[in-house]
Structure formats: C-alpha cells, structure tokens
Design a binder for this molecule. Structure first.
Ligand code: GDP
Length: 457
C-alpha cells in the first residue's frame, strides 16, 4: 500500500464534519427561523389576532375561511371566525395525543416564524410554559379597551405573570401588541398611557428597553397587522412599523451548533412506519440520521432513523430546530415526555439534586426548607422539594444579602437547593441555557423561576 493511500484516508475517515460549516451549507440560503410565543391575559384577543394574521398572510385557504364565516354568522358572533382558525387547525394537527402547544407557521421578509401558542385553552399557564421554554421571542397582546387593560395588568391578571415567566425562561425580545384600539377610537392618549405602564413594568421584569417594541393594532379589523394603517385617526399620530415588520426585525438567536447534542422531548407518538417519533427542540448541537443516541435520564440507547424539521424531511438537524425524530432500537414505552436525547460520546448530566438561583414571584406563604413544589424543567413535570435555602440575594444586584435565610418571601431572589423525586437529565445554565432553566409551581400557581447553577451528584 502506498503512503498516498494511507494517510488521507485515515484522516478523512476520522475527521468530523464541522457543524458550523454543515449548518451554513444546509441553511445558509434559507430564511432564519424564529420561535415566537404569544402571551397575554385571557380575552386580550390573542387568537383573533393570530388567526387574522395567518389569514392575511394567505396561510388559510379561502374555502375554509368561507366556512368559518358562515358558521360564525350562524352563532351570531362573526368575530369568532378568526379565532376558530387556530382552534380548527389545532385539531387537524392533533395526532391523537394532546399536543400541549399548537404550532403554526408563517413567513416575514427575512424569517420563517413558528408560532407557539395554546389558543382557546383557558388554563393557559402550563401550556405557555412549555411554549415559552422553546421560544426565542415573545408577542405580548394587551386589550386597550378601557378597564380591560387594567383588569389584565393589575393584580390577578395574567399580563404581568406571563411577561415575568417568559423573561425568566430566557425570552429577551418582546413585541407588544396594544390591541383592540378600535374600541377606543384609535386614541393616542390611551396608547401612550398603556405604553408607559408596560414600559416601566417590563423594565422591572428584566427586559431591555431597546428590545421591546409597541405596536398599536386591532386583530379584529386587521389594522396595522401586515400593512401600514388605513384608519385616519391612527395615521394621524402613528408612523411606526406594522406588526409583521416588528416580528421581521427581531434578532435571530444564535444557534449553538458546536455544543454537544441535546434534544428535549415534548411529545412521543406512533409514526406511520416502523419505529416511533419524538417531537421536541434541538437545544444545542447537531443530529444526523444514523446517529446513536442516549435517552436520558435512563441512558437507554436508540438510533436516529429519520428526521424532519417543521414537517419536511432532513438528513441533519441543528440547534434551534423544532424537529421530529424517528427512533429505532428502543421500546416506545421507555421514552417519555421530558426525556433528553444526547449522543453516546457526550452524555447529559443526570441527577436528582441541584442548586438554582431563583426569583420568587408574588406568593402569599413564604418558602421554607422542605417546601414541596412541582418542578417544571422543559416538558418535564416532577414533584420536588426545596431542600436547602443557601442564601438570599439582593434582587437588583444579585449580591449576597444573607446566608442560610430561614424563609423566602415574595419578590425575593435566592440560591436554593432542590431535590427532585427522581433522576432527571439537566444542565447548568452557563453550559446550556435551555436545559438550565426551571420553574417552581405549587397548586397550579408559579411561585418561582430559576436557573441551575450547580448539579449535585
Ligand atoms: P384570547 O382569549 O386572548 O385568545 O382572545 P380572543 O381572540 O378569543 O378574543 C376575545 C374577545 O375579544 C372576542 O369576543 C373577540 O371577538 C374580541 N376581540 C378580539 N380582538 C378584537 C379587536 O381587535 N377589537 C375588538 N373590538 N374586539 C376584539
């Protein structure tokens, strides 16, 4: 054998494909992909707004629209027709297993946007958490109607809680639709009043002023959604972008393709062929067809048989993609929602104990050592306890305020130790943002959100 034959062949066989080059080759020409979660108080007009937007963008065919129009006339509530777009599409896409977050796609000039929402669900928060945990950006919808904005914003309303939640889960860019402005005759004063209140609140919640854009609109009449306004009263004082342009201007998140492969499973279902499918998001890294993967925390091995991203088949999928993976070589019963897939060579840490830096929400009972909670980690929901109160931190600076506090009251910030009822796959926030976030809930209410700072093995 010649030297010529040996050297490069070995080299070539061992060389790993550079994931960044691979990403550029595969996706370089396409539109950037963005996941957007829609949040806001119930009845703010989220479904109507998104339904109308999808219709105007031609995502819903004329025949279907006509049917909704007829149906909504029959029930005497024509405005429902747009909201139904989301509901119906959700049903059609249902594969027999309840999907906790509906998904809809639309395009702007430079982006392909996947909408994460659970419209129509009144118990919105758990759905929103799994949506927000996957989201890059958020759309906050508020009702400008007199009295209604106040109901949603003040105590008991969901506007603040949703905004806090998405920020705690890492969403840092927000479009705010000041919606239903038709009900206040497109009043600039009303728009400004709401804008000022939200501005100071959102700043407190941790959003940078430059990362929040306010848009006056009406989902019902379609004003200022995909083209410049036509209402004279609105034109008189507004010359900013319409909603779709604000969405288009969001910065695309970086795709951590060079990090180890991590995929969080948020649905498991039987596919059409052999094997079965898991739905979820590639948090970091790259996965190729044929890869051997571990299903964690159980560390069972499986093979990647096929891949698709937003319903189209692929040979490779990247960090940031919402993907469906067909798995083979493993029993479907051994895979559950909340599990994490990783590569054999770079396993994800597994533990039932970790330290987290948390922000405590507006709770009535203080958190003490031994406090029982329900832990939400990606799509995983597990009973857990706050097993140690390590330190209390200054809320705005993060500096140490007190060691071993006896309890934590509302709106405080702290480092705590959490013990989960069983092993989970997790990461420290600085290694993997997505797998390093947790939510603490009690009796259906979110009491705190946090970031994992240390895994205790
Ligand atoms: P969601 O709970 O946030 O999804 O809100 P919906 O989309 O279901 O809307 C709640 C109610 O507000 C419905 O009766 C809608 O017809 C009404 N609505 C929604 N958007 C607008 C709007 O822009 N203007 C007016 N006047 N009413 C609206």
């Amino acid at each position: 054998t010649s030297a010529e034959g040996e050297e490069p062949r070995v080299g070539r066989r061992e060389a790993k494909i550079d994931p960044e080059i691979q990403y550029r080759k595969e996706r370089g020409n396409g539109k950037e992909h963005l996941y957007m979660v829609v949040i806001g108080h119930v009845d703010a007009g989220k479904s109507t707004l998104m339904g109308r937007l999808l219709c105007e963008l031609g995502q819903v065919n004329k025949k279907t629209m006509h049917k909704y129009e007829q149906d909504s006339k029959k029930v005497g509530k024509q405005s429902f027709m747009y909201a139904w777009v989301l509901d119906e599409t959700g049903e059609e896409r249902n594969r027999g297993i309840t999907m906790d977050v509906g998904r809809f796609l639309f395009e702007t000039k430079s982006k392909q946007v996947t909408l994460l929402d659970a419209p129509g669900h009144k118990d919105f928060i758990p759905n929103m958490i799994s949506g927000a945990a996957q989201a890059d950006v958020g759309l906050l919808v508020v009702d400008a109607t007199r009295g209604e904005f106040e109901t949603g914003f003040d105590l008991g309303g969901q506007t603040r809680e949703h905004a806090f939640l998405v920020r705690s889960l890492g969403v840092n860019q927000l479009a705010v639709a000041i919606n239903k402005l038709d009900t206040v005759s497109w009043s600039q004063d009303r728009f400004e009043e709401i804008l000022q209140k939200l501005k100071s609140f959102l700043k407190q919640a941790g959003f940078k002023e430059s990362d929040v854009t306010f848009v006056p609109c009406s989902g019902l009449t379609g004003q200022n959604l995909i083209k410049a306004p036509t209402e004279n009263e609105l034109l008189r004082w507004y010359n900013g972008p319409c909603l779709i342009d604000v969405i288009d201007k969001f910065r695309s998140p970086s795709r951590p393709v060079t990090k180890p492969f991590r995929f969080s499973i948020n649905d498991v279902f039987k596919g059409t062929g052999s094997g079965f499918c898991v739905d979820g998001r590639i948090e970091t890294g790259v996965v190729n067809i044929g890869d051997k993967v571990l299903v964690c925390p159980n560390r069972e091995q499986a093979n990647v048989k096929s891949l698709s991203v937003d319903e189209s088949p692929k040979t490779v999928a990247f960090a940031g993609d919402q993907a469906t993976i067909t798995l083979a070589g493993i029993d479907m019963q051994n895979v559950s929602i909340g599990n994490i897939l990783c590569h054999l060579q770079t396993p994800v840490p597994v533990s039932n104990k970790f330290e987290a830096r948390i922000v405590v929400f507006n709770i009535s009972l203080p958190i003490t050592k031994g406090y029982s909670i329900i832990l939400h980690h990606q799509s995983l929901v597990e009973p857990a306890v706050v097993s140690k109160l390590t330190s209390q931190l200054n809320k705005s600076t993060g500096e140490l305020q007190k060691k071993h506090p006896r309890f934590l009251t509302k709106n405080s910030s702290a480092i705590v130790e959490i013990t989960v009822s069983k092993l989970i796959a997790l990461e420290v926030y600085s290694d993997c943002k997505e797998l390093g976030r947790v939510m603490l809930r009690v009796g259906g209410v979110t009491i705190a959100a946090g970031l994992i700072t240390r895994i205790i093995l």
